[in-house]
Design a protein around this ligand. Structure first.
Ligand SMILES: O=C[C@H](O)COP(=O)(O)O
Length: 248
């Protein structure tokens, strides 16, 4: 089995009921596509999104989950609740969660285990800061995050990895194609060494992906899709990215 291609949109803390109008064209693009297409809206929008897309091929995901399956954790969402709402995936360890909420690799690993137990695919994010890249520490940082964040129970069906350089998120800046290739090769080597089906785990790139750069990024070895922020909010931007991945 080859890695399953995935175009994933992360709406972050953006969107409202009116934004669901964007889903019609995204769902149409997902129909018959060779890649999976996923939107991770704010959790409040998961239910209305499910109602809007009906039996479409468009997948729905969460942006975070708690490591516990239930209990006294005010403001948090359990993986089982995401699953119950219709989600198939959950983003974990995004750099904004790591920075805003102090999430550590160990916390991300525990969340991934909860996601797996609930039947969700965990999209585990890793990425270096600009200071770490400037200090030539990128590969060490990524290796440490992979070792700490990816649980031993990960496999190609329940886990996707996303490389998101922190300095490329929402900035319009992207690494060179060689820099992306270098990190994705490291991720593939790490997963292949640890997991029996590590060669089949989908690896996404994220950070200022847009229609103009999608095709060249998808042509890089071991890039099996994208985790898209800003350009996933409008169908006019996200559909061309889906089309580029479909053609890759
Ligand atoms: O989760 C998505 C990433 O943080 C990328 O965001 P961006 O496409 O707005 O740079």
């Amino acid at each position: 089995m080859a890695p399953r291609k995935l175009a994933a949109g992360n709406w972050k803390m953006n969107g409202d009921l009116a934004a669901l109008d964007q889903l019609d064209d995204m769902a149409a693009a997902a129909e018959g596509a060779t890649c999976d297409v996923l939107i991770c809206p704010p959790a409040l929008l998961i239910h209305p999104m499910m109602a809007r897309i009906g039996a479409s091929d468009l997948l729905v995901g969460g942006q975070d989950c708690h490591h516990a399956d239930k209990g006294a954790h005010t403001g948090d969402i359990a993986a089982l609740q995401l699953r119950d709402a219709g989600a198939t995936h959950v983003i974990l360890g995004h750099s904004e969660r790591r920075a805003d909420h102090g999430e550590t690799d160990a916390m991300v690993r525990a969340k991934a285990q909860a996601a797996h137990a609930a039947g969700l695919t965990a999209i585990i994010c890793v990425g270096e800061t600009e200071a770490e890249r400037d200090a030539d520490r990128t590969l060490d940082v990524i290796a440490t995050q992979l070792a700490g964040s990816v649980p031993d129970g990960a496999n190609a069906r329940n886990t996707v990895l996303a490389y998101e350089p922190v300095w490329a998120i929402g900035t319009g800046r992207t690494p060179t194609l060689d820099q992306i290739a270098q990190v994705h090769a490291l991720m593939r080597d790490h997963l292949s060494a640890r997991l029996s089906d590590g060669a089949d785990v989908a690896l996404l790139y994220g950070g200022s992906v847009k229609p103009a750069n999608a095709a060249e990024i998808f042509a890089i070895a071991h890039v099996n899709g994208a985790l898209v922020g800003g350009a996933s909010l409008k169908a006019a931007d996200f559909v061309p990215i889906i089309t580029a991945l479909d053609a890759a």
